[in-house]
Design a protein around this ligand. Structure first.
Ligand SMILES: Cc1ncc(COP(=O)(O)O)c(C=O)c1O
Length: 460
């Protein structure tokens, strides 16, 4: 290794504080360090190549190494590197807001920019609270979200998050956040206590849990329901048929805002520009981030229905909320260039056309004894690992620790596949490659998974 490479590894060990990371894991080994990317692949500091099976972190939609996005950033930085959206506009933010509004379903035309997804979720809850105060329903402030769903780390977004282990260290969080069951159809029998519901029955049952929660909390106190089109944490739970249609009806009935948290599911991840379009529902607010620039520069947004903006048009009313870097000119310019690539290369069409091939590549692993369920949508899939396929028995905490942290994550990475082995719910492997990926990448993913999962089973 060269001296500069050694210096980087030492600096990472000595000074970086990694996110959601047990640093003890790297006491005896170097921190994996990625230096460059090209298409669907990234390269580490030693020059070894990895298939980026997670698009960074559900981010790099158009793939790595796109010069035109780097050029768009450089051009904008030269022209106007920074100006805030606090009482002023700049052309790229205005153009991007208009472009996003042209893609959204329904009348979701007002774009409030942030720097990331958690801030978008935070903004949506704050807007919901203030909106209802302005329209004469001041008690409406609570939110409902689903078990194990991840909605970000700011204290409001974390309060909405449904993963107790991520919250306990930071309690008390923002009060007024209530959980309902998610749409884990694989475990529907356990969740509902009813055997063999059809997907339609299960979708109706799960949506009705939201209605019951609203009633129990008191409809006058509930402001919003937050749900991802396909729930990420827990391992890619697509909505059962009819789920979002019933949820829409329930939200209308109780005058509660439906917030579609599309931080992962927007920008082609499911084959549509917005995830809600894949499942044919129109939310009141969309929160998004990650794929908007394919990660070439950070940005996020809360996109609100025009109706929610109405009360802010008058007198001295304002949304007293903002971020210095929200809608940053460089990020907005990069987002526009990124969306140009989407259109020029028909990435939505590419994902839609290739979704069955990706599914087939992962389904081909179903003969392995450890593979319990393969589920997902578009280019966003999870493989649930089980101890017993017939009974669906899952691993206990110690086995899960040994399997996921002790073996799988590292073994997959060593085999050249960067993806995620996750145990926020039952153990799953998550895959979400760049949207440019195709059969070659799917085959590589399934071949590495087959080898590593076979070894994992043998070690159990
Ligand atoms: C659905 C969802 N909401 C919110 C967030 C938080 O986004 P960020 O990490 O950009 O704050 C994430 C991040 O993965 C997410 O998946």
């Amino acid at each position: 290794m060269t001296q500069p490479e050694n210096d980087v590894l030492k600096a990472a060990q000595d000074n970086l504080w990694l996110h959601f990371t047990r640093h003890s894991a790297y006491e005896q080994s170097e921190i994996p360090t990625i230096v460059r990317g090209e298409g669907s692949y990234v390269y580490d500091i030693h020059g070894k190549r990895y298939l980026d099976g997670l698009a960074g972190l559900f981010v790099v939609q158009v793939g790595h190494g796109r010069h035109e996005l780097a050029e768009a950033a450089a051009k904008q930085a030269q022209e106007l590197a920074f100006f805030p959206l606090w009482s002023y506009a700049h052309p790229k933010a205005a153009e991007l807001a208009q472009r996003l509004a042209s893609y959204t379903p329904g009348e979701l035309n007002r774009v409030f920019f942030t720097t990331g997804g958690g801030e978008a979720v935070e903004s949506a809850w704050k807007l919901a609270k203030q909106y209802y105060k302005l329209v004469g329903k001041p008690l409406k402030h609570k939110v409902i979200s689903r078990q194990i769903a991840y909605h970000g780390t700011p204290q409001g977004a974390l309060s909405i998050t449904g993963i107790p282990a991520f919250k306990q260290m930071f309690e008390p969080l923002v009060p007024g956040s209530v959980r309902v069951p998610n749409t884990n159809h694989y475990r529907a029998d356990e969740i509902t206590g009813v055997k063999g519901m059809t997907p339609e029955e299960y979708g109706f049952w799960a949506a009705e849990r939201v209605a019951r929660a609203i009633e129990m909390e008191g409809p006058d106190t509930v402001a919003a329901v937050f749900a991802e089109p396909v729930q990420n944490a827990g391992g890619c739970f697509p909505p059962p048929p009819g789920y979002f249609q019933r949820l829409r009806e329930i939200c209308d009935e109780y005058d509660v805002l439906l917030v579609s948290d599309e931080v992962i599911c927007a920008f082609g991840r499911l084959g549509t520009m917005f995830g809600s379009q894949k499942f044919d529902y129109v939310p009141d607010i969309i929160t998004c981030a990650k794929g908007m620039t394919s990660g070439y520069s950070p940005i996020g947004a809360m996109i609100a229905h025009e109706r929610l903006f109405e009360p802010f048009k008058n007198g001295d009313t304002m949304f007293a909320h903002g971020y210095t870097f929200g809608g940053h000119p460089v990020s907005a310019a990069v987002a526009l260039a990124n969306l140009d690539i989407f259109e020029r290369e028909d990435l939505l069409g590419h994902v839609t056309k290739n979704e069955p091939l990706f599914k087939a590549a992962l389904d081909s692993l179903s003969d392995l004894p450890i593979v319990g369920d393969v589920r997902g949508s578009g280019y966003f899939w999870g493989i649930e690992l089980v101890k017993d396929k017939v009974t669906k028995e899952t691993f206990d905490a110690e086995e899960s620790e040994r399997l996921l942290r002790g073996f799988l994550s590292k073994a997959l990475y060593d085999a050249g596949l960067y993806c995620r082995a996750d145990d926020r719910g039952d153990p799953v492997i998550q895959l979400s490659p760049p949207l440019i990926a195709g059969q070659k990448e799917f085959d590589e993913i399934s071949s590495i998974l087959r080898n590593v999962l076979t070894e994992a089973w043998a070690r159990l």
